[in-house]
Ligand binder design. Structure first.
Ligand SMILES: C[S@@+](CC[C@H](N)C(=O)[O-])C[C@H]1O[C@@H](n2cnc3c(N)ncnc32)[C@H](O)[C@@H]1O
Length: 232
């Protein structure tokens, strides 16, 4: 067993919502066989039977977007036909490959940019990086975002890093988004609404002249819940 005094502890908050292991593993059923006998069909358990953390994958890469969110983003991409998709928060990179494959299938000439302060967990093989670029930047240091000023439009920007979000949104409005472009806050709105409702409402209202909430997508999945904004 290690001794605390010789440890250099990692910030466990950095792993929140992502887990330590970015590699996708097929589900392992516990306490039941995969092949259930049909003469006991009525007794079969109805719960998932395996860990529900990060159960979604795209071509063998973990993808932290559930099927409802995938369906809504599919529709948004089909509607907007973006020339650039920026995803802040890469983790294993499955969603970048998914966006790239989706836009390619739709015949859209689109560059997918993945931004993260820690790209070491990205699992995209070199052979799969066409039209995907991985860039390092840290949400707590806005100067590291200067490299993203000149990008093709229409553009969809997804914040899935959940750090310094409203300053990132401010930077994007001032420096990146054109009319009709999107800024999406994934996952966090319901938590912030629960724990910091006054500040959340105040912060969102501060953008009322430059962003609107797109009601076609704002309620389309729990991960996108009230977090889909369009540049006015
Ligand atoms: C939820 S994961 C991204 C999942 C991915 N977008 C997907 O859908 O599969 C969050 C990522 O944000 C990154 N992150 C956390 N804080 C950050 C920061 N301050 N700056 C940049 N990236 C950060 C983490 O390293 C992690 O890879």
């Amino acid at each position: 067993m290690k001794n605390y005094s010789s440890e250099n502890f990692l910030d466990l908050n950095a792993f929140r919502g992502t887990g330590e292991d970015p590699v996708y593993h097929p589900p392992v059923l516990t306490g039941r066989p995969r092949d259930w006998p049909l003469d006991r069909w009525e007794e079969a358990p109805r719960d998932l039977g395996y860990s529900d953390f990060s159960r979604y994958q795209w071509r063998g890469l973990r993808m932290l977007k559930d099927p409802d969110t995938q369906a809504a983003l599919h529709d948004l991409v089909q509607e907007v036909r973006p020339r650039t998709i920026v995803e802040l928060g890469v983790y294993s990179g499955g969603s970048l490959v998914w966006f790239r494959d989706l836009t390619k299938l739709m015949g859209i000439d689109c560059e997918v940019i993945g931004i993260d302060r820690d790209l070491s967990r990205c699992q995209i093989p070199d052979s799969e990086k066409t039209n995907i670029s991985l860039r390092e930047a840290d949400c707590s240091d806005m100067a590291t975002f200067e490299q993203f000023r000149d990008l093709a439009h229409p553009l969809i920007f997804i914040d899935d890093a959940h750090a310094n979000t409203f300053n990132i949104m401010k930077w994007a409005v001032d420096n990146l988004l054109d009319q009709g472009d999107y800024f999406i806050i994934e996952d966090m709105i319901p938590y912030w609404h629960r724990y910091s409702p006054k500040l959340l409402v105040e912060y969102l209202a501060a953008f009322h002249k430059v962003l609107t909430m797109d009601m076609v997508y704002a309620n389309a999945s729990s991960q996108l819940d009230r977090g889909v904004f369009r540049r006015s």
